[in-house]
Design a binder for this molecule. Structure first.
Ligand SMILES: Nc1ncnc2c1ncn2[C@@H]1O[C@H](COP(=O)(O)OP(=O)(O)OP(=O)(O)O)[C@@H](O)[C@H]1O
Ligand SMILES: N[C@@H](CCO)C(=O)O
Length: 321
C-alpha cells in the first residue's frame, strides 16, 4: 500500500481551495506504489492525483520534476502535468509533506505485457526523448554511474550478515571498475525518465500507451541509457530471464520513432550492464534495510542481478534487435 501519510477529505478540501478545480467530491487512497503517498481526487472539473512526497523522493528535485512534466504535458505528451494554484505554484505542503496535484491519466499498467505492449512502450519512450529531450533545465542523474560507489558503501554495513549480499557487492566493485573505464561518452543527451518500468506506463485495453507517470528519477542523461534501463524493465521475466522477443519489439519500435545512431547501439550492452547494477543495488539496499513490520514488500534484487550475465554475453547492441 502506498498511503504512508493520511489525508482526510477535510484536509484535502482545505488544501485544494487554492486551486481552480471546482468542488472536491471524493478522495481515495491508492494502494499501489512503494515510494510516495497517492490519492485519487475527484473534483467537479475532473480527476487528479494528489501526491505527497515521502523520503525516497529528493525534495530539491521537486521543482525540476514539476517543470519537466508540465513541459511534456503542454507539448502533448501523456505526462501528468501539475495543476497550478491561483498563484501559479505547482508545489505545496499538506500534513508536513511536500505535495502536488497532478493530472489523472487514463489506463492501467500492463500486468502481463506482451510484444504488443512492448511495441507501444518503445514508441512512447522514443517520443518522450523527441518531445521532452530539449527541456532546458539540467538535472544530474542522482542514480547514475557516479552514485554507484556510494550505493555500494551504503549497502556494506548491513551486508555483514548476508554472505550472498557480500558476494554481490564484491563482484559489483569489480564490475564498477570495468564500467567506469568503458562508460560511453559523447552520445545524445537530454531529459530522460530513468525509471520507465511497466508499472509506470499506463495503457488502454488494446495495449496502447495512455500515460507515462512517476518522473521522480528523471534527469539529464544519455537517451541510450534510458533505453537500456527500459529494455531491462520490459525485456525480462519477473524472475530475470531474458525475453528476446520483448527486447526486440521494444527496441524496434523505439528505433522506428527515434532512429538510434551506430554509437548509441554500440553503447547499449554496457549501459544495460550499468542499469542492471543500479537497480540491483537500490533493491539490495531496500532489502537489507527492510523492517518486516512494513507493509510494502521489498523488490527482488536477484532478478536484476541475473540480467547482468545476459548483457555480459552480448557482443553487439545489434543483437537486441
Ligand atoms: N497521474 C496519475 N494518473 C493515473 N494513475 C496514477 C497517477 N499517478 C499515480 N497513479 C496510480 O497510482 C499508482 C501508484 O503511483 P506511483 O507508481 O507513482 O507510486 P510511487 O510510490 O510514487 O511509485 P513507485 O512505486 O514506482 O516508486 C500507479 O500504479 C497508478 O495506478
Ligand atoms: N522501478 C524500480 C523501483 C522504483 O523506482 C525497481 O523496480 O526497482
Amino acid at each position: 500500500m502506498a498511503v504512508f501519510t493520511q489525508v482526510s477529505l477535510e484536509d484535502a478540501r482545505a488544501y485544494l481551495a487554492d486551486y481552480d478545480i471546482g468542488e472536491v467530491l471524493h478522495l481515495e487512497g491508492i494502494e499501489e506504489g512503494v515510494s510516495n503517498t497517492n490519492f485519487k481526487v475527484e473534483a467537479t472539473s475532473g480527476l487528479y492525483a494528489l501526491t505527497l512526497f515521502e523520503a525516497a523522493t529528493p525534495e530539491d528535485g521537486l521543482p525540476w520534476f514539476m517543470d519537466y512534466t508540465l513541459y511534456l504535458d503542454r507539448k502533448g505528451y501523456p505526462a501528468p502535468g501539475p495543476a497550478l494554484k491561483r498563484d501559479g505554484q505547482s508545489l505545496g505542503r499538506i500534513n508536513g509533506k511536500s505535495c502536488a496535484l497532478i493530472k489523472w491519466l487514463p489506463g492501467r499498467w500492463p500486468r502481463n505485457p506482451d510484444t504488443r505492449h512492448a511495441t507501444s512502450a518503445g514508441e512512447y519512450l522514443a517520443k518522450l526523448h523527441l518531445i521532452g529531450g530539449d527541456f532546458p533545465q539540467i538535472r544530474e542523474n542522482s542514480m547514475g554511474l557516479a552514485a554507484w560507489p556510494g550505493l555500494i558503501a551504503r549497502c556494506e554495513p548491513r551486508a555483514a550478515g548476508s554472505l550472498r549480499a557480500q558476494d554481490i557487492l564484491a563482484e559489483f566493485r569489480e564490475e564498477l571498475g570495468f564500467l567506469q573505464t568503458h562508460w560511453p561518452s559523447g552520445l545524445p543527451v537530454g531529459a530522460i525518465h530513468a525509471d520507465y518500468f511497466t508499472d509506470n506506463v499506463l495503457m488502454s485495453d488494446d495495449g496502447k500507451v495512455t500515460g507515462v507517470i512517476d518522473y521522480y528519477y528523471a534527469c539529464t542523461d544519455a537517451y541510450a541509457y534510458d533505453l537500456a534501463v527500459s529494455l531491462n524493465a520490459w525485456g525480462f521475466t519477473p524472475g530475470g530471464q531474458p525475453m528476446p522477443q520483448m527486447i526486440s519489439a521494444f527496441i524496434k519500435a523505439y528505433h522506428a520513432t527515434r532512429p538510434l545512431s551506430e554509437a548509441e547501439v554500440n553503447a547499449l550492452p554496457l549501459f544495460a550492464r550499468g542499469s542492471a547494477v543500479r537497480f540491483t543495488l537500490t533493491r539490495l539496499y531496500d532489502l537489507l534495510n527492510h523492517d518486516p513490520s512494513w507493509v510494502v514488500k521489498p523488490k527482488d534484487p536477484e532478478a536484476f542481478y541475473r540480467r547482468l550475465d545476459y548483457h555480459r554475453g552480448i557482443k553487439t547492441g545489434h543483437t537486441y534487435f
